[in-house]
Design a protein around this ligand. Structure first.
Ligand code: VAH
Length: 333
């Protein structure tokens, strides 16, 4: 029998590493960790690191030859700030790369008649509001007018995934189709890595600056407000939706959230642990405009109801029980 395999793209990224670590705890499949570069050795013997470009569809086919592909966790992407620096490249990676992987999942689904699960972390960047219009407790179908290339790409791939799940070649009638599922992640705070390329990065940058005894100059105003969660909850949302029983027919894309602080509230929370921490605010016009176009908070009740989503950490415990202990360990040298 061919090996049961799970692909993780963007496997060396902040969330990708967490997903690989979580999936490798179970021994019933090998993890094919795909990225362009790796910064550490595989964490477990059922993890195979493969340098591969998701734009190279022939390489993707070659990698999965003689393997029985059960799921794809597609995390590779150019984020919102990187995407604005090179929108054409962002479109290529975010859209063409995703299409290649959806086609790979489709080919394996048709071959084995077993729907490959395609897990797609989407983002709050698919939303877009004018800065004068508050957007609180936003639901999945509201404010779908993104202003970044990254947001436009992610929203389109959500649609593409829904198409592959329910309607691919519908003139040919019922056929096995890819089992596409997606969560829209908020900003993510991680204790062991500092992200790059995103626009919610001011949150984690502020925490990591404080832990190193540095002052922080914040690129959004103190009133900027976004939904956030910590990395363990992002990993649990992604793995959680992959393990859910069949989702109800309709929109396989779900909001997930944990807390929604302003930049000032993040600063004040940090100061409880690092009383000498200093933050100043020098808003960058472009990056502030991106943040101001995203919702201040999300309604994730559909995810709670349909597949039992619940974050482990609220704002206070995110700092007390996860960020501060982890960060202290990271910089204690
Ligand atoms: C970004 N962190 O800033 C990403 C995210 C919350 C948006 O998807 O681009």
């Amino acid at each position: 029998m061919s090996t049961r395999s799970i692909i993780v793209t963007g496997a060396n990224g902040e969330i990708g590493r967490g997903i690989v670590a979580e999936l490798s705890k179970s021994n019933d499949a090998e993890i094919l960790a795909l990225d362009l570069n790796f910064s550490s050795e595989p964490s477990s013997k059922n993890v195979k690191q493969i340098k591969a470009d998701i734009l190279d569809s022939r390489a993707l086919t070659e990698i999965t030859k003689d393997r029985s592909l059960v799921s794809i966790f597609h995390l590779a992407a150019l984020l919102s700030s990187s995407g604005e620096r090179d929108p054409e490249r962002a479109h290529k990676v975010n859209v063409e790369g995703s299409l290649n992987l959806l086609q790979l999942a489709r080919a394996h689904t048709e071959q084995t008649k077993l729907p490959v699960k395609f897990i797609f972390p989407s983002t709050i960047a698919i939303y877009g509001r004018s800065p004068e219009t508050p957007a609180l407790n936003v639901m999945e179908e509201q404010f779908l007018l993104p202003i970044t290339m990254y947001g436009v790409n992610k929203l389109y791939v959500e649609q593409l995934g829904r198409y592959f799940k329910y309607h691919y070649r519908l003139l040919e009638g019922d056929r096995p189709r890819v089992d596409f599922r997606s969560v829209r992640l908020p900003g993510v705070l991680c204790s062991d890595t500092v992200p790059s390329g995103g626009t919610s990065d001011y949150g984690p940058e502020m925490v990591h600056a404080a832990a190193q005894g540095h002052a922080y100059s914040c690129f959004v105003p103190p009133s900027a407000q976004l939904p956030f969660m910590v990395k363990p909850d992002a990993v649990s949302a992604i793995v959680g939706i992959s393990k859910a029983a069949t989702l109800p027919f309709g929109n396989p894309v779900y909001n997930v959230t944990a807390f929604s602080p302003t930049a000032r509230e993040i600063e004040l929370e940090i100061r409880k642990y690092y009383p000498k921490f200093e933050a100043s605010y020098e808003p960058h016009p472009g990056r502030s405009a991106i943040v101001a176009s995203w919702p201040q908070s999300l309604d994730d009740s559909r995810a709670q109801k349909d597949w039992g989503w619940k974050p482990q950490y609220d704002f206070a415990s995110a700092f007390k029980d996860y960020l501060i202990p982890g960060i202290a360990k990271r910089y204690a040298l």
